[in-house]
Design a protein around this ligand. Structure first.
Ligand SMILES: [Ca+2]
Ligand SMILES: [Ca+2]
Ligand SMILES: [Ca+2]
Length: 587
């Protein structure tokens, strides 16, 4: 690519010179330091990997393997890399920001409550929460992305003799339960061998519960985990549950008519136009902690399965075979939140709170929530008004130790990108170990206080050198009709309130291969919960900016040094060529 023409009108054309991607000055300087007579040998490269990339375990053989890999792409150099080869290596697929060698590297033998789990909400919906089709296809897609918690809302079918999955009280068209179960069976372990939890939102009669139990037992056979006793004192580990499916729901309730259901979710709210491309800006945690709510008015967004306490007292129609397959009991005891958050040393359970309930609860009960989640499971779900299947800031749940921050996986936008970013950690297996301060009480019973402002533990220094690949992955008029694109980068942190910030580079006009060469510092008080957010925008004076790619990286897994960061589209799928050259340093 050397020249590019944009048609402005019949007779005039604007021409722009296209430059070839050239190594930034700093990389030229590094090449100078780690080469002799223009050649970087395996010894030089090894020294570079150890000293600059902080890869202490790298060997000369590793360095040689890189050279052998890069060599076919550049002018042949018998004894090593030239500058072009070195730059190709740094800005290529062999040099990602999270090392694939890490794999599943965390301890997987702790109780399930010690992990954040990749969790779906209404996993059967193909689109919005009101009128979209129910299908097993989104379940399959979620499992293929390592989502480990699948939610099914189960209802009697129209002739009341079989079980359907649908969003009760809405216009969503149902799918048969058996179809969803078979899809889970087929795809559960295609991306991760760690356990899949099916959370059931149950609206069945006792005979249909019995039928459901039989379908589940038949479909999953030996892979279904059934507990020996009714409840656990401590949950089993992901390691011990490998390749198993487990059920979590409330112990049986009696049937209620569908018309009662989810009336609260029919309120229609409109998203702003910007959300189409980017998703809403992740709501600030700071504003949450400043709000003061009365906890008692927080029941507007309750989900079905939490509304049934009175009905649940009627145990007349209990199906024992259904009760037997429930591995993690769900439910909210009567008596408000302080009661619900009480820890029973002899029994673990799962509690569900909607996002506004959590935000309100966090103001008064922050530490109680954290203590509850040491052993018990906490699930957070989107408020009922998110009818477009949008999501919310997952950090609120994570910093309170919530294992199951349930998301609408079929959507897109900034909140979902954070979710995807979190679960890039630990080999992408769908389980990420919670930081140590969220696991246990201290010697005097003290627990992590999500509201407290902690001192800076370390600082992440990020350099944005340059980007490339748009020219290959987009039509040349995609960004601007009459000229090359004008890119800038937003980079920042999603984490605890004190660490959360976004910064941006300058806009570089009319350039397919922008080189910003800008440096940013992010002081982190809780690096264990920090996600690095990266967005590329294409600036437009008269309209909204165009989307140019995004990614989110778990800070604690980022490899130091100069790295090639692949960017993803709005759905989180990697572009073939779009990437940024960046440097990460912890100081
Ligand atoms: Ca544009
Ligand atoms: Ca332009
Ligand atoms: Ca533009």
């Amino acid at each position: 690519m050397s020249k590019q023409t944009y048609k402005v009108c019949f007779c005039c054309r604007r021409r722009f010179k296209l430059t070839v991607s050239e190594a930034p000055q700093e990389i030229k300087a590094l090449f100078g330091n780690y080469s002799e007579n223009g050649v970087m040998t395996s010894t030089h490269l090894h020294r570079f990997l150890v000293e600059e990339q902080k890869e202490d375990k790298a060997t000369i053989q590793d360095a040689q393997a890189i050279i052998d890999n890069v060599r076919p792409m550049v002018v042949f150099h018998k004894s090593g890399l030239n500058l072009e080869g070195f730059f190709k290596y740094l800005f290529g697929d062999l040099n990602p920001p999270i090392s694939p060698k890490l794999g599943v590297h965390q301890d997987m033998t702790a109780p399930l409550s010690h992990y954040f789990i990749f969790t779906g909400h209404n996993s059967y919906l193909t689109g919005n929460q009101l009128t979209s089709d129910c299908s097993d296809v989104p379940i399959k897609h979620a499992l293929q992305k390592s989502v480990r918690v699948i939610e099914l809302d189960i209802w009697p079918n129209s002739s009341k003799d079989n079980v359907d999955v649908l969003h009760g009280g809405t216009m969503t068209s149902p799918v048969e339960l058996i179809k969803c179960l078979k899809s889970i069976k087929e795809h559960a372990f295609s991306a991760s061998e760690y356990p899949v939890v099916i959370t059931l939102e149950d609206h069945l009669t006792a005979d249909l519960q019995a039928k459901t139990a039989e379908m589940i037992t038949q479909t999953f056979g030996d892979t279904l985990f059934t507990p020996d006793s009714e409840c656990f004192k401590e949950l089993p580990s992901p390691e011990s549950l490998k390749k198993h499916v487990m059920i979590s729901t409330k112990p049986p309730i009696v049937y209620r008519e569908a018309k009662d259901a989810n009336e609260d979710s029919l309120k229609i709210s409109k998203d702003s136009g910007d959300e189409e491309a980017w998703g809403k800006e992740v709501p600030s945690l700071k504003s949450h902690s400043q709000k003061h709510h009365d906890l008692d008015d927080g029941d507007d967004d309750e989900e079905e399965d939490e509304l049934d306490d009175d009905i649940n007292k009627s145990k007349k129609f209990v199906a024992p075979e259904y009760t037997r397959i429930i591995a993690i009991h769900a439910g909210k005891p009567k008596g408000g939140l302080s009661e619900a958050l009480k820890v029973d040393p002899n029994k673990v359970r799962r509690l569900s709170l909607s996002e506004p309930q959590l935000e309100k609860a966090a103001i008064q009960y922050g530490k109680d929530i954290v203590r509850f989640t040491h052993k018990n499971m906490l699930r957070i779900y989107p408020k009922g008004t998110r009818i477009t299947s949008s999501n919310y800031n997952p950090l609120v749940g994570w910093m309170h130790g919530a294992q199951m921050v349930a998301f609408n996986m079929q959507g897109c936008g900034r909140s979902l990108w954070l979710m995807q970013g979190m679960f890039r950690a630990n080999g992408g297996c769908g389980y990420v170990k919670k930081p140590h301060f969220l696991l246990n009480s201290g010697p005097n019973g003290e627990v992590f206080d999500p509201k407290i402002k902690l001192p800076v533990k370390k600082t992440l220094k990020v350099t944005v050198f340059m980007g490339e690949g748009w020219y290959y992955d987009f039509k040349h008029t995609h960004f601007d009709q009459f000229s090359p694109p004008d890119f800038y980068v937003r980079v920042g942190i999603a984490g605890v309130a004190a660490d959360t910030v976004m910064k941006k580079t300058k806009t570089l006009e009319d350039n397919w291969i922008p080189a910003w060469n800008e440096e940013f510092e992010f002081p982190l008080s809780v690096p264990e919960l920090a996600l690095l957010r990266i967005e590329v925008h294409e600036y437009d004076m008269s309209e909204k900016d165009d989307f140019g790619g995004q990614t989110v990286l778990p800070v604690w897994e980022i490899s130091e040094g100069i790295r090639s960061v692949p960017l993803c589209n709005r759905e989180g799928i990697k572009y073939p060529s779009v990437k940024l050259l960046m440097r990460f340093q912890f100081i």
